[in-house]
Design a protein around this ligand. Sequence first.
Ligand SMILES: [Zn+2]
Length: 268
Amino acid sequence: MGMKTPLICEIAKDTYCINEYGLDAVFLCIGSERALLIDTGTGTFDLKGTVERLTDKPYDVVLTHGHVDHAGGIDAFGHIYMHEKDMEMARNLTYEERLSYAVNLHANDTDQAFDFDEKQVRRWNHLPDMTAIDEGFVFDLGGRQLEVFYTPGHTEGSITLLDRKNRIHFSGDACNRNTLCMGGTIETLLQSALKIKALEPAFDRDYNGHIGWAGIPECLFQPADIRDAVIGICRSILDGSAQAEDTVFLGRAAKAVSAAGARVVYCP
Ligand SMILES: [Zn+2]
């Protein structure tokens, strides 16, 4: 019998990771005046109620990008911030795409850590207002700020957020153990990974949008060497030295390169 609720971890003072049945991880940062919810998950549980149980402060909602597992819960909110280039993607997500994602991801939970039922994926009957943000935008929560960086490659409109005070970086899907290059070239992805790498003096911990992936019920930050591995893979693809294997990704022929514990998937 697995967990019937999302797994909530307090990863730092006033900072929560909410693991949505292994489908994705969303984050809540609380300042002295306001709070900020980073991503909305796939839309399988009452995230709004969960946020309002964790804080009584007014809060904003920001999306790291427009994919099903990050924008899938936007229907619960009145307003969101995100990069303009992913807005159309987020608005046009279908119930079938969100359901298919949830079913496929949950199939990887072989130990049944989470007792998740696909019937929990809800249909949307509302879309929030959207405000475009770009690099340099700052969410000031009172005594704590989250600064936006533009990091395309995974999608055209991917962003990350840096909390300098708490030395935490929230990277969405921009750079992780299994980086999917779906919104730009490998050169774009490399530049974004280098941008995140250059921020390393300002953070100790990086939380991506899939920590505690599938059936792994945990809330741990990702190792720093993953960024170096992704950078190395991108460079090897660009200089032609990479050993790429054929794979199929979203129904299309794609290439995958693995090295040093990371993998980059792309469509040449
Ligand atoms: Zn994504």
